[in-house]
Structure formats: structure tokens, C-alpha cells
Ligand binder design. Structure first.
Ligand code: ADP
Length: 539
């Protein structure tokens, strides 16, 4: 495989009599990683490789895509060298990719009797450098027109994980830090350790519910029979559990919010891995996700009707522009969704339609909103059949000019909803972090959420929170039942109708929250440095 060209420099920096060693500084394609602090110790950027099954604007199914993209961009801004390894799905958003070139050479994956060849491409996605890996074989793993949802997903992503490790071991120098995401890439941790890849490994759990359970065949196929005990599912001895293997072998494990970190160590939130996570408590940390504030920006968003100010330009003077902008977007949204163009509160949900998101409660929120005179928009992807039936039934009974249900993935409509809706609801049964509540607040919409996981870390109830008055930014409820939704939704719609001043204050407190990656990227950097030191990876 072709390597990136690099020359290595090292030296000593003198201040008076004091000699300060400059750590090895690598230059790639003329782009040097300059120290930030020439007066003190020279701190070079790290070489970070993310391996993920999703990436925003290339292959997105949910929040994982946004997180990998947002974090990688923040790491680039902080001076690190970042690469993202992704499967070369045939359904990639090819029009967003530039500088696509195939690397020379083919790697043979040598998995059992299956002949699988790895082909690699380099590409750019805006500022992000990507490596796309394709697996050529009879099964056409990544030529199915989908990211997930295939019967052989375990086969597809274990093969991808093996390919990623093989690709990395062919390079002249291992990255300082290998950051792997969720079950599809979790097998990379044991595989990389077995291949003696000299990178520290961080695994992020974006959602513990999905663990990637396979059978012994998968273990053999990966060549990991020697570590069978650590890959074994704790509750079904005949199964292997890829996420468990990742947790066992990664040098650090992160989750996407501090509250979720606590929840997954309990039987209620641990999905069977709570005892293991408690055992590995020392390497576990919860770092709150950010959002890509350049992409999600009502001041510049090309997918909304009217632009209006956002953080840090939110103040009482600019707020009239926010109200005007939101009103124009609301009209455009109502028109787009075939709703009555009236001054009524618009409540929305933008979500994958799965058990975790509380479909029954979303349905209840829809009915209750209509009862209270509001309008409800549901934009939802991946509905399971029986759930779709329930919503289709509701669609028939509820007034058409008050309810719009869209069962598909529509990026542009999602943007218009964040900008045009008054409220966004998330009655999740559990929520590792949740991005939609943060995006909603960035667009001055008010969140109504169940107090769980990252929702509990980002939304503070206007009446009951113990946070200060200025930090209170939405409505929360504790129990995932109809009474909880009823209580929070009724309070929200009442305030919208009867106390405009207080409502606008609430919009402002949400819009004033800084959810950018600038807060979380340094936390990841500190963690990376710690694990590199502990594992004596090259950095
Ligand atoms: P999860 O990762 O559990 O799906 P998150 O709240 O972390 O939930 O992230 C959801 C992301 O996916 C957000 O960027 C949201 O805008 C987007 N999204 C979810 N469903 C849809 C849809 N049907 N159409 C467009 N975007 C969607």
C-alpha cells in the first residue's frame, strides 16, 4: 500500500542556558505539526486514526456519524493529524467526496476459506482525510445499498475490522492513537493487540444496546481463538460478544456522556455488561458529545428558509431577529409538511424509530399536542414494521392539517424542523447522549426530554432543576411513561401560549449553551495522552 511521505526532524531548542528537547516532529506532505508553546515544552500534535462504520455527510444512520465527524474536525483544528477509516459502501454520498484515488496494492485478508481482498482508497471530505476500505469477495459486503440491517452484519464488520488492522500494520509507522467506535469496530482492539500494533487504543461506546454477538465461527474467522474467553458473551457461553472483546482489550473506554457512564454500570442500563464495566471502571470515562456548530448553524445553514443569529451572537438585542427568523422557518416548515399555516405551537421529533426512543411515548406526545391545539411533526427513519402500523393508524384519525409523519431519512427536512419548530421532544427510555436536543437548542427550539443519559446532562427543567435560573433551558420528566410526557408537554404548551416572555427567556437560555466540540476535544486529548503514556505507544 502507498504510504504518506514524511521526513523526521528532531532537535534541541535553547532558551539561555536551558536546553529544551524538541520531540520528534513529523511533516506530512509539507504540512508540519508545529508546537503550540515555543517558550516551554514543545507539544506536537498526535497522529490519530478513527475507525468507524459511519461518518456525517458520507455515510450516516444516526448520531455516531455526527460525532466522528465533529470530533475529527475539532482534532484537526487543535493541530492533530487525523485520518478516518470507513467501509467503502456503495451508498456513500459520493458527491461530497473529492480527490478520490485508489491506493496501489491489494491485501489478502486470508479469513478461513473465504477469499477476501482488501482494496483501499484515499479521499477528502471537506477538511477530513478518509481511507475507504473495500472487501472484494463473493459476499459483496459493502455493495448492498445500505450501511446496516443485513443478516450478515457481523460478518461484514468483523471482516472490515480485520481489514483495518491489516491496513494499519502495513504502514511504516503506527498511529499514536487508534480510536474505534461501537460494536462494528470493537474487534479491532483484540486484533490490533494480537498484531502488536504500537498504537494506544480508545473504544467509544455510543450505544451499549448493540454489542455484536456472533458465534465461534466468527472468532475462528478473525483468528482470535486464543482469546476466546475474553470474547465470550457473559450470559450465553456459546456466543462471542465483540463489544465485550473491545472493552477487555482497549486501553481506555469512553461513553458519550457522564450520566451514561454511570448508568451503564448498573443492571438497568448495562445490557448485561454492567459487571464487566464495573470491573474495568478505571479505564472508563464519560465525555459529553459536542455538535459540529459550523454544520448546525442557523446563521449559515443552506438547508433552512431564513437565517438568524446563534451562539455566540445571541443577546437580548439580536433576539428579535431570532424570533423573526424562526417565524419564517415555521411557515416554510408548515408549508413543506402540509400543515395549517397558523400561529400554533409546532412540536417535533427527529429520530430513528426504535424501542430506545420510546415510540409509544412519541405517539402519545403527538396525540396530546393535537388535543392541546398544537401541530406535531415526526421525521423518523428505520421504523420497525409494527411501529409503523401504529403511527399509520394515528395518521388516519388525527387531523391532517395538524400532524405530519415522514418515515424516511431526510437531512434537509431535519434542518428545517430544527429551525422552524418551537419544541423538540425526546421521551427516550435511555439515551447515551442524544444530539437532537443540542441541535434544537442551537436553533433556539426548546427541548422536552426524559431525564436520562446525556439528556440529563444537557437539559435542565425550567421549574424543577437544581441548576441556576440562567442554565434552565427546557422541560424534563423522570419516568418514561405517559404521565411523564403529559406533565412536561402540558407545561411547555401552557408556557408557549400564556407566558411569551418566559418562553423567550427559555429559548435564549438554550441558544446560549455552547455545545461545540471545543469543550470535549481537550478532554479526549488529555485521555489520549494518558493512555499513550500508560501503554508506551510511540507518542
Ligand atoms: P441516535 O444516534 O440514537 O440515532 P442522536 O440524537 O445521537 O440519536 O443522533 C441523531 C442524528 O440523526 C441527528 O443528527 C438527527 O438530526 C439525525 N436524524 C435522525 N433521524 C433522522 C431522519 N429521519 N432524517 C434526518 N436526520 C435524522
Amino acid at each position: 500500500m502507498a504510504e504518506q511521505k514524511g521526513i523526521f526532524l528532531a532537535g534541541v531548542y535553547r532558551i539561555g542556558k536551558e536546553k529544551i528537547p524538541i520531540r520528534v516532529c513529523r511533516w506530512f506532505k509539507g504540512r508540519g505539526r508545529l508546537g503550540r508553546n515555543w517558550g516551554g515544552w514543545y507539544e506536537e500534535g498526535m497522529e490519530i486514526v478513527h475507525v468507524s462504520s459511519e461518518l456525517a455527510e458520507a455515510a450516516k444512520a444516526g448520531g455516531l456519524a455526527d460525532v466522528v465527524s465533529g470530533l475529527a474536525k475539532a482534532q484537526l483544528r487543535a493541530g492533530h493529524l487525523v485520518d478516518i477509516i470507513l467501509p467503502r459502501y456503495d451508498c456513500l454520498q459520493w458527491d461530497h467526496l473529492t480527490k478520490l484515488e485508489q491506493l496501489k496494492g491489494v491485501l489478502d485478508l486470508g479469513m478461513d476459506q473465504e477469499r477476501l481482498e482488501v482494496l483501499a482508497w484515499r479521499a477528502q471530505l471537506g477538511p477530513l482525510s478518509l481511507t475507504l476500505l473495500d472487501l472484494k469477495g463473493a459476499a459483496h459486503y459493502f455493495s448492498r445499498g445500505v450501511i446496516y440491517g443485513e443478516r450478515d452484519d457481523i460478518d461484514r464488520f468483523t471482516a472490515f475490522s480485520k481489514a483495518a488492522v491489516l491496513y494499519l500494520t502495513q504502514k511504516k509507522r503506527a498511529p499514536d492513537l487508534l480510536h474505534i467506535h461501537d460494536w462494528p469496530c470493537a474487534a479491532i482492539a483484540p486484533l490490533a493487540k494480537q498484531a502488536r500494533l504500537k498504537s494506544a487504543i480508545v473504544l467509544t461506546i455510543h450505544n451499549l444496546q448493540h454489542q455484536g454477538k456472533g458465534d465461534l465461527f466468527h472468532l475462528r474467522r478473525l483468528g482470535l481463538e486464543a482469546v476466546a474467553a475474553k470474547m465470550q458473551d457473559p450470559h450465553s457461553s456459546h456466543l462471542i460478544n465483540l463489544l465485550k472483546g473491545g472493552i477487555e482489550y482497549a486501553d481506555a473506554v469512553t461513553t458519550v456522556s457522564p450520566t451514561y457512564e454511570k448508568e451503564i454500570q448498573t443492571p438497568l442500563g448495562g445490557f448485561g455488561l454492567d459487571a464487566l464495566l464495573v470491573q474495568h471502571k478505571k479505564k472508563l470515562s464519560g465525555i459529553l458529545n459536542g455538535i459540529d456548530t459550523a454544520y448546525w448553524n442557523p446563521e449559515t445553514d443552506p438547508l433552512i428558509q431564513a437565517h438568524y443569529p446563534a451562539f455566540p451572537h445571541i443577546d437580548p438585542k439580536s433576539f428579535a431577529k431570532v424570533l423573526k427568523g424562526k417565524m419564517e422557518n415555521r411557515r416554510a416548515l408548515q408549508k413543506e409538511c402540509g400543515l395549517a399555516q397558523e400561529e400554533r405551537p409546532v412540536v417535533a421529533a427527529v429520530t430513528r424509530m426504535v424501542f430506545q426512543k420510546g415510540p409509544e411515548l412519541i405517539l402519545y406526545a403527538m396525540e396530546r399536542t393535537v388535543e392541546l391545539g398544537g401541530q406535531f411533526i415526526l421525521l423518523s427513519s428505520l421504523p420497525e414494521g409494527h411501529l409503523q402500523v401504529q403511527f399509520d393508524a394515528a395518521r388516519k384519525t388525527l387531523p391532517q392539517n395538524s400532524v405530519h409523519i415522514c418515515f424516511s431519512y431526510r437531512e434537509a427536512l431535519a434542518h428545517l424542523i430544527y429551525a422552524g419548530a418551537d419544541m423538540l421532544t425526546l421521551p427516550s427510555l435511555f439515551e447515551p447522549c442524544g444530539l437532537t436536543q443540542m441541535i434544537a437548542m442551537r436553533y433556539s427550539s426548546v427541548p422536552i426530554v426524559r431525564k436520562t443519559g446525556g439528556l440529563a446532562d444537557t437539559v435542565f427543567d425550567v421549574e424543577t432543576s437544581d441548576h441556576g435560573a440562567k442554565e434552565r433551558n427546557g422541560f424534563t420528566f423522570d419516568f418514561p411513561d405517559r404521565a411523564g410526557v403529559h406533565w412536561a408537554l402540558d407545561r411547555a404548551l401552557k408556557m408557549w401560549g400564556e407566558n411569551k416572555k418566559k418562553w423567550q427567556q427559555l429559548m435564549q437560555s438554550g441558544a446560549a449553551c455552547d455545545f461545540s466540540w471545543d469543550h470535549s476535544e481537550p478532554l479526549y486529548h488529555e485521555l489520549y495522552k494518558k493512555v499513550c503514556k500508560a501503554t508506551r505507544a510511540p507518542f
